[in-house]
Design a protein around this ligand. Structure first.
Ligand SMILES: [Fe+2]
Length: 388
């Protein structure tokens, strides 16, 4: 045994127990919140089982009593992973819940014997527990914001979202291209999700319309694992207050055979499959009965590139026939407001720039969009009347 090995051995033996304490690497954020449920997502640095403890918003201390546990599990097993997702079901609509996330390291699983390590949890002692509020059917108004094309610029995201009054903001949309590409979990969080979680996403729900840049990179195929939806797809439809949101997944902008995609994308067939879903979804009462019908789609149905033209061909005729009232897009990195165009889209298309935010309120009288810049100046507006 040489001197180096002896030194290394001493170092390993001398590691204090706390050195190996499991850590929450990325704090919890809300996904797919609806009237009776929500999915809470967070990560740890070691493989672990994860669970959420839930408490009513009744003024009691979180430590008053043992709180019910809801585990991250599938097929009857608690999941052992560094990515934890707990879907809460059967909640009461329009109700605030406080929550705490936990993870306990699984150090080995041999035969039928499972060995557990330390536990980590979000804090509830020196700071208030995290909380969320389920949506309420029949809610008369809604307030939301849309940002897009952040491309990893955390400072721009802070300038935009920092303007919002969170207690009166019901939800936020990320309308694509929040990063240049997806390479690792660390990069995904560093480029935007850690900032989003710190600003709002632990307590205000975020809904994602994937952009074309989120389809790029060797980690892109993991995107659905981090951003679950109620439909199980990256395209979905949901009602919030007087608005029905139709969230579409635009796919890539160039033909599938383009050299940039290295032969790994199949977006034309994906958009066809999505159009089949859309045709049926637009017949549902959730959509038909909504006073406002808002489409969220990262790429607009114009611009002349293949993906845009495929959206115009496959999605827009269905949306036209179903009375969609506006499409909110991004992708082009500049502000464009196009009114309805005969023979094309029968609704206005608002392309938000990469440096602005859409701040929207809707009630029984009108849906009003302010386009605001990073300084908070309103640079354009759009107002819709209810469709019935
Ligand atoms: Fe884009």
């Amino acid at each position: 045994m040489n001197k180096f090995t002896l030194t290394l051995l001493f170092f390993v033996v001398a590691i204090p127990a706390g050195w190996c304490q499991i850590q929450i690497t990325h704090n919890p954020y809300l996904q797919a919140l609806h009237d009776t449920g929500v999915t809470i997502v967070w990560t740890t640095d070691k493989d672990a089982i994860g669970w959420v403890e839930l408490a009513p918003d009744d003024g009691t201390h979180f430590y008053k009593q043992e709180r019910p546990k809801y585990f991250a599990s599938s097929h009857g097993f608690k999941n052992v992973s560094t990515l934890h997702k707990v879907t809460l079901r059967g909640l009461t609509p329009g109700t605030t819940y406080r929550y705490r996330v936990y993870a306990q390291e699984v150090t080995s699983h041999i035969g039928t014997k499972v060995t557990y390590g330390n536990i980590v949890a979000t804090r509830v002692y020196r700071q208030e527990p995290l909380a969320f509020t389920t949506s309420q059917p029949g809610q008369q108004q809604v307030s939301f914001a849309v940002i897009n094309d952040i491309h990893g610029r955390n400072d721009v995201m802070k300038n935009l979202l920092g303007q919002l009054d969170w207690p009166t903001t019901d939800l936020v949309f990320f309308n694509g291209d929040m990063a240049d590409n997806l390479l690792t979990e660390t990069q995904l969080f560093a480029h935007y999700m850690d900032t989003a979680t710190a600003l709002f996403a632990s307590e205000t729900p975020m809904y994602y319309a994937r952009g074309n840049h989120e389809t790029r990179g060797n980690f892109a195929f993991r995107f659905p694992d981090y951003f679950p939806t109620t439909s199980g797809h990256l395209y979905y439809l949901f009602r919030r207050g007087p608005v029905c949101f139709v969230v579409l997944d635009c796919g890539e902008d160039k033909p599938d055979s383009d050299i940039e995609y290295s032969g790994i994308v199949d977006m034309d067939a994906y958009r066809t499959q999505q159009a089949e879903w859309l045709e049926d979804a637009l017949k549902q009462p959730e959509y038909r009965d909504a006073p406002y019908k808002v489409v969220i789609c990262h790429m607009p149905p114009f611009g002349g590139w293949h993906g845009e033209e495929d959206i115009a061909a496959k999605f827009v005729p269905l949306l036209n026939a179903a009375g969609a009232q506006v499409m909110l897009s991004g992708h082009l990195h500049r502000h464009i407001k196009r009114e309805a165009e005969p023979g094309a889209h029968a609704f206005p298309v608002l392309v938000n720039s990469n440096n602005n935010m859409l701040r929207v309120t809707a009630d029984n009288e009108r849906l009003h969009i302010d386009v605001v810049d990073q300084a908070g100046k309103v640079v354009d507006t759009l107002t819709l009347q209810p469709s019935r």
